[in-house]
Ligand binder design. Structure first.
Ligand code: PHE
Ligand code: NA
Length: 557
């Protein structure tokens, strides 16, 4: 039974938590976000977000998780209820299941691509077939088609879900921890080999190179202060910090709930954050962009990233570039790169599945095996449609609603719950119980005031903008021109609800027009689906409540 599950060792816990945080976010999402938001201009908001939101929220989630776990709760509905008296908290905690399941439904699909690519690379497939053709083959994509079905792609996807479910059915210590102990060291090894090989190549020795790989590294690290007043960059940076640290998802809470009451959370929580950052800005920054820049030039990379996500570079471009490393090494390099992505992904997708399992085990007394079958059913129901619909419409939409927006909302809720409802003094005492790190008092005030204020500003900036634009707004400060008028921010939350981000190209043919219309209606349906999951879990919470009154178990003595 989940209530008695524990991590087996400290090393195992640290690696499992690092596995949770380190994922596709580090190696695909980070380089893309950094490049899309002006390289060096991105890093300052990114680091500020890390200090004022990332680290405090990491500690909050570890502390809440251990506290709830001590009362027999391992998922956020129960954990929230342990800290707040109002029963509303139990329902708000459902958001922590929605995000995990919602993210898993597209994350697992990408994870299955990584597995396919790793195997195909090792077999030397990319020396003959262009990666873009392979991509279309496993995703079944064709231009302007709404449905994209590939049988081999769906088979790999099912295999991937199966592997995850099997590991989860082995339990926290027997499954997740064992896998993390193997996967994390391997992942670091693969990454170091690729980064060293990429950065040590030189245009003098390799005639195909157009630039030194260090140019790609500089691109992220050269500070650029010009974008500091641009809220879009701040939003993107904060969103990346949440996503990459697995914060605002109910996932860290779940892992932390398998600690003992006096196990340290302060030092281990901080270690998780630093390991993730090391794997993101050092390792994640040293592979994709430097290799791409050295063979394609900075301008070409900048342009290719500006349009899409990191996917194009990672899945279409990089395997071709590896061929420059010689026919003997190229297949291995491809295997290392996609193997690294797969290991990073699977240790994260396990972390999205466990909260849902824990919820069923705690609140409905499901056995672990039964919970894992139930999770598999939910994933198939949700993820297969995502995999079959041309991802342009659905991935970015899911990533926005459950991978960015919901995280910020959830983070605001939990910082209020922790610092203001439970109370920062009690919270601080909990954080320091058994602590091996003397957390500076500075963070007491940051957690109480700065973190919530920061999140509120970010949410507001996603919804409203000054009618004179942000440049005009900052320019008018102190000029005595009076308060500017405010309007809906067209390209963010409200704009997305109204599909303003899905503009049909001008002069498009009737087929393209109808394709875009279908995408818009699919996006309406996928949102209804997300609301559906939320209501589904809410109903389960209500059921659990009426069955055995979790509020009694949840009330601290
Ligand atoms: N933090 C992971 C990444 O960077 C993603 C993740 C989301 C992990 C939700 C667990 C839960 O890829
Ligand atoms: Na991460």
């Amino acid at each position: 039974m989940a209530k008695n599950e524990r991590w087996a060792s400290r090393v195992g816990l640290v690696l499992a938590m690092a596995g949770n945080a380190v994922g596709l976010g580090n190696f695909l999402r980070f380089p893309a976000q950094a490049a899309q938001n002006g390289g060096g201009a991105f890093m300052i908001p990114y680091l500020v977000s890390l200090v004022v939101m990332g680290i405090p929220l990491m500690w909050i989630e570890w502390t809440m998780g251990r506290y709830g776990g001590g009362l027999g709760h391992h998922s956020t509905p129960g954990i929230f209820q342990s800290l707040g008296k109002s029963r509303a908290w139990k329902y708000l905690g459902v958001l922590g299941l929605l995000t995990c399941l919602g993210i898993a439904s597209y994350y697992l699909y990408i994870e299955s691509w990584c597995l396919s690519y790793a195997i195909y690379s090792l077999l030397g497939g990319f020396s003959a077939e262009p990666p873009a053709a392979f991509f279309d083959r496993i995703t079944g994509q064709a231009p302007n088609e709404v449905f994209a079905v590939s049988v081999p792609g769906l088979v790999m996807f099912a295999v991937c879900i199966g592997i995850n479910i099997f590991i989860l059915s082995r339990g926290v210590a027997g499954g997740i921890e064992v896998v993390a102990k193997v996967a994390m060291p391997l992942l670091i090894l693969f990454g170091v080999v690729l980064a060293v090989k990429g950065l040590s190549s030189h245009p003098d020795a390799d005639p195909n190179m157009v630039e030194s790989p260090w140019i790609g590294l500089n691109y992220i690290w050269e500070p650029d202060y010009s974008q500091l007043g641009n809220p879009a960059v701040w939003l993107a940076a904060a969103g990346q910090i949440f996503f990459t640290l697995s914060i605002g998802m109910g996932s860290i809470h779940c892992y932390a709930s398998y600690l003992r009451k006096k196990d340290d959370v302060a030092l281990t929580g901080a270690t998780t954050a630093w390991t993730n950052e090391l794997c993101e800005v050092v390792l994640g920054g040293a592979i994709l962009l430097p290799i791409a820049v050295s063979y394609l030039g900075l301008e070409a990379v900048r342009q290719s990233v500006a349009g899409g996500s990191g996917f194009g570079l990672a899945f279409m471009t990089l395997p071709t570039l590896f061929n420059n490393w010689g026919p003997a090494f190229a297949p291995l390099a491809g295997f290392l790169w996609f193997g690294l992505l797969f290991l990073a992904a699977i240790t994260s997708s396990l972390a999205m599945g466990q909260p849902v399992m824990a919820f069923l085990e705690d609140e409905f007394n499901f056995s672990r095996v039964r919970a894992s079958w139930a999770l598999m059913g939910m994933l198939l129901l949700l993820a297969v449609p995502v995999a079959m619909i041309h991802e342009q419409g659905v991935f970015s939409d899911f990533d926005f609603w459950v991978g960015t927006f919901a995280l910020v909302v959830f983070a605001l809720l939990e910082v209020i719950l922790f610092a203001w409802v439970f109370g920062i003094d009690r919270g601080w005492e909990e954080l320091m119980r058994g602590s091996e790190l003397n957390v500076p008092r500075f963070f007491y005030y940051v957690t109480k005031y700065v973190t919530p204020a920061f999140i509120i500003v970010i949410l507001l900036a996603a919804v409203f903008k000054p009618s004179v634009g942000w440049d005009g707004f900052f320019g008018s400060i102190g000029s005595g021109e009076g308060v500017p008028a405010w309007e809906w921010a067209g390209d963010s939350v409200i704009g997305k609800i109204l599909h303003k981000d899905l503009v049909t190209p001008e002069g498009a043919s009737p087929e393209v027009v109808s394709y875009y219309e279908s995408l818009r209606s699919i996006r309406t349906y996928d949102r209804l689906g997300l609301i559906g999951i939320f209501l589904f879990f809410s109903a389960l919470v209500a059921l659990a409540w009426s069955r055995k009154g979790t509020q009694e178990r949840g009330t601290p003595a």
